[in-house]
Design a protein around this ligand. Structure first.
Ligand SMILES: Cc1cc2nc3c(=O)[nH]c(=O)nc-3n(C[C@H](O)[C@H](O)[C@H](O)COP(=O)(O)O)c2cc1C
Length: 358
């Protein structure tokens, strides 16, 4: 029988009823960095997804770079997230927390005037989203070599907190131009210590973070997200294909729950991305592969039927369609996402998208 989006799949210890993943989606509706009851409703509405990956959750105050993002470094945040996982589990869903450090994609206003940190002191082009509106990015401070272990420990602590919350697993956010991705790429990593230069050195922090998180959770409950062709947040790389094939070879050793790849998006192609074909990544990686980036139902079914990926994550479609699984089953029409309510605000454009059967 053909494999489809509705074919169940085993990920680590979990039997997922379908292959639709709710992609991680920052929605900036967590005042004081605390998960809210509205977030509980939002995630519970989407619990029929085979897997939910939460919005990115900062692992430390240093890891924050947007207003109202729900963090995972203190007890109050743990208590808030607990209600989210309970509500999703009540509906038999599965939910992984995405662990985040924004690196240079931040602003001193989040850090009592201190500079954001990065592998090297190179400012991204563009503006930071701050509590008082958009402000130009500043040049970040390059991390000292001896600070890096502290960041690995922040990931470990956040992973422990996520375990205490009752998540089903965690996803390491190593995509989209945030701290870990900044170490991976030679456009943002000009270091001359053991965290820069060679492939081995550029991959080091990601592999150390992965080892730390795996030590807390076991590999079968840890995923990692990469965007090898991405240019978002002003990312560049001289030879991403060779590097990412190397990195996947290193990640293979862990036996992780999954690798989550963000395909090149239209914006990346416009910005001259070095697009890496999915089949190159598929060949280089031995485990379960989730793909994401501009998929509709037809393209997603195709990629699954061809065996090019094992699951497909949907971002904007999940914002607008809490019952995406059921709509796909019925070939029902889809709600259109409203980009003006993606970031910040209240229930409008968040929990008020109707299910098809409403
Ligand atoms: C509003 C919004 C917020 C996002 N937040 C995150 C995030 O927190 N973490 C992440 O890895 N990607 C994030 N992304 C990227 C999505 O996970 C996804 O890769 C992207 O939307 C492409 O998939 P799509 O075409 O199905 O929407 C975000 C995208 C959008 C539109």
């Amino acid at each position: 029988m053909n494999t489809t989006l509705q074919t169940p799949i085993q990920i680590g210890p979990y039997h997922l009823p379908n292959r639709l993943v709710m992609a991680p989606l920052t929605r900036m509706r967590a005042p004081d960095n605390l998960p809210t009851d509205l977030m509980v409703t939002y995630y519970a509405q989407r619990a029929s997804a085979g897997l939910i990956v939460t919005e990115a959750s900062p692992i430390s105050t240093q890891g924050v770079g947007y207003p109202a993002t729900p963090c995972i470094y203190n007890d109050a945040q743990v208590a808030g997230w607990k209600k989210v996982t309970e509500a999703v589990h009540e509906k038999k869903g599965h939910i992984f927390l995405q662990l985040w450090h924004v690196g240079r994609i931040s602003h001193p206003d989040f850090h009592e005037g201190a500079l954001p940190v990065a592998p090297s002191a190179i400012a991204p082009k563009g503006d930071a989203v701050t509590p008082t509106g958009m402000q130009p990015f500043v040049t970040p401070r390059a991390l000292e070599t001896d600070e890096i272990q502290g960041i690995v420990e922040d990931y470990r602590n956040a992973a422990k907190n996520a375990l205490a919350v009752g998540f089903d697993g965690v996803e390491i956010h190593s995509a989209n131009g945030y701290l870990l991705d900044e170490f991976l790429r030679d456009g943002t990593n000009k270091r001359t210590d053991s965290y820069g230069g060679t492939f081995e050195n550029r991959a080091r922090i990601v592999l150390e973070v992965t080892a730390a998180v795996v030590a807390v959770w076991g590999a079968e409950r840890v995923g990692i997200r990469l965007s090898p062709s991405g240019t978002f947040n002003d990312m560049t790389d001289s030879d991403p294909e060779t590097f990412f094939v190397y990195l996947l070879g290193q990640l293979n050793r862990f036996g992780l729950a999954y690798l989550h790849v963000v395909d090149a998006l239209e914006g990346d192609i416009r910005h001259g991305a070095n697009v890496i074909n999915l089949d190159v990544l598929r060949k280089a990686y031995n485990g379960t592969l989730i793909v994401c980036g501009g998929y509709d139902q037809a393209r997603a079914e195709d990629v699954i039927a061809q065996g090019e990926a094992d699951l497909v994550a949907f971002g904007q479609l999940y914002i607008a369609n809490p019952d995406l699984v059921e709509r796909f089953k019925l070939n029902a029409p889809l709600n259109e996402p409203d980009a003006t309510t993606f970031y910040g605000g209240n229930e409008k454009g968040y929990t008020d998208y109707p299910a098809f059967t409403d």
